[in-house]
Design a protein around this ligand. Structure first.
Ligand SMILES: [Zn+2]
Length: 418
């Protein structure tokens, strides 16, 4: 099993053959069909696509011109779900975009273009301050536009969807750190910087697909345990780490469990979500459409980007009484993962959590490397950044030797071919 090349072969096809798989691209549908065929080939049942209807977004052209005190054009990209725009306004610098600064400086923001960086713990705030929070606070304070500046040098601009339940209300664009710092210096030196932002992005109805498949339980139980990851990436890159390394981890769990655990006490459902990146759209529609089923879902485990998460801990979404159960499984599996508790709204566990389903995900609970998305959401989130070892560690589960040396029914089976 450990010699199988299936994981990296599949990841390579997702990234190199289908591109970003961003909502509305041809690669998105090719990826959905490919993932469906994979689940079928692994022997899953009831494998099907579920249509998602949503307000989609297509990238047009965008420009940032400095009008005063100098004239210059800076390279930029617009943020997905930005409306088309043509506006002139002064710049206001919120730097890291700490929530308190938005409150304290609300009077300065109205009618201006807010600059905020992608720093995730602005001024030491001990929670992940998401791009959409900075965008939303700008909007509430009456901003005319929003400039998101990557806080990593050399990574170019970072993308990410904006808006809530559909498209954003004001234009959001993104700059590389180096161009953002230039604007900040200009403003600090001259006191006033006037900009013109124009964009021709298109917002229109689109269709996407969730890919669903089951390993049915054998008993009378109608209970379901669910694993999932989205498969759409951002249009500016391959989305290799986020999400494809997690997409293939879900597939690998399906492949391995189909071979080694044919006698499951309850159904395991595998979900590969569409259009997560612009608002958790696939998983949200699934939770709405299957509301009558949610009481039967014992647990939903989110595996978004799992292959590039350095320490694959389990982060439960404030389900304190589940922690001892996971700790017990950790000991049983002889795996070194920690079990943490926190809540965020930024991946596909969220619609399930909001509906009362116990949820968690593979995430780094020990925060040593906590600092942002790295290559995620940039043009450099490409296949060459993903290590096979990292992906294998999230999709495969090694069974420790039984302390009593008892023959396990699943271990007694002939070893399947990889
Ligand atoms: Zn993701």
């Amino acid at each position: 099993m450990y010699t199988s090349t299936e994981l990296m072969d599949t990841l390579t096809i997702l990234c190199d053959a289908f591109g970003s798989r961003f909502g509305g691209t041809p690669g998105e549908k090719q990826a959905a069909d490919f993932l469906k065929a994979k689940l079928e080939a692994y022997g899953l049942q009831n494998v099907h696509l579920e249509e998602i209807h949503y307000e989609g977004w297509r990238r047009g052209t965008v420009s940032l011109e400095i009008l005063e005190p100098i004239q210059r054009t800076l390279p930029c990209i617009s943020l997905p779900h930005s409306p088309p725009a043509n506006l002139e306004a002064e710049l206001v610098d919120l730097d890291e975009g700490a929530p308190d600064d938005f409150d304290a400086r609300a009077d300065e923001i109205a009618g201006k273009i807010v600059l905020a960086t992608s720093e995730v713990n602005p001024r030491g705030v001990k929670r992940w301050i998401h791009r959409n929070e900075k965008y939303g606070r700008s909007l509430l304070a009456g901003a005319a536009g929003f400039i998101f500046v990557n806080h990593y040098p050399g990574y170019g601009p970072a993308t990410g969807g904006i808006g809530e339940d559909g498209a954003g209300l004001i234009l959001g664009i993104s700059l590389a750190l180096e161009d953002g710092r230039f604007l900040q210096r200009l403003l600090a030196k001259h006191g006033t910087v006037k900009l013109r932002l124009t964009s021709s992005d298109v917002i229109e109805p689109m269709v996407s697909w969730n890919v669903i498949g089951d390993l049915p339980g054998t008993g009378q139980s109608d209970q379901i345990v669910m694993l999932g990851s989205h498969y759409d990436g951002h249009d500016i890159s391959q989305g290799a780490g986020d999400p494809a390394s997690g997409t293939v981890a879900v597939l690998e769990a399906a492949r391995v469990l189909a071979q080694y655990a044919p006698d499951l006490p309850c159904t395991i459902r595998f979900a590969l979500w569409g259009v997560e990146e612009i608002g958790l759209i696939g998983s949200t529609q699934y939770a709405e459409k299957h509301a009558d089923l949610l009481d039967n879902i014992r647990f939903y485990l989110n595996m978004d980007s799992a292959g590039v998460i350095e320490h694959k801990d389990i982060e439960l979404n404030k389900w304190e009484n589940l922690a001892p159960i996971f700790a017990g499984w950790r000991d049983e599996m002889a795996r070194d993962f920690r079990v943490g508790q926190s809540i965020n709204a930024h991946s596909d566990h969220y619609p399930f959590l909001m509906a009362g389903v116990p949820t968690g995900g593979i995430n780094q609970v020990r925060r040593k490397a906590f600092g942002g998305r790295g290559y995620g959401h940039t043009a450099y989130d490409t296949l060459d950044k993903v290590e096979e070892r990292g992906v294998a560690g999230s999709g495969r589960f090694r069974r420790p030797p039984c302390p009593q040396n008892c023959p396990s029914p699943s271990l007694a089976r002939p070893t399947p071919q990889p």
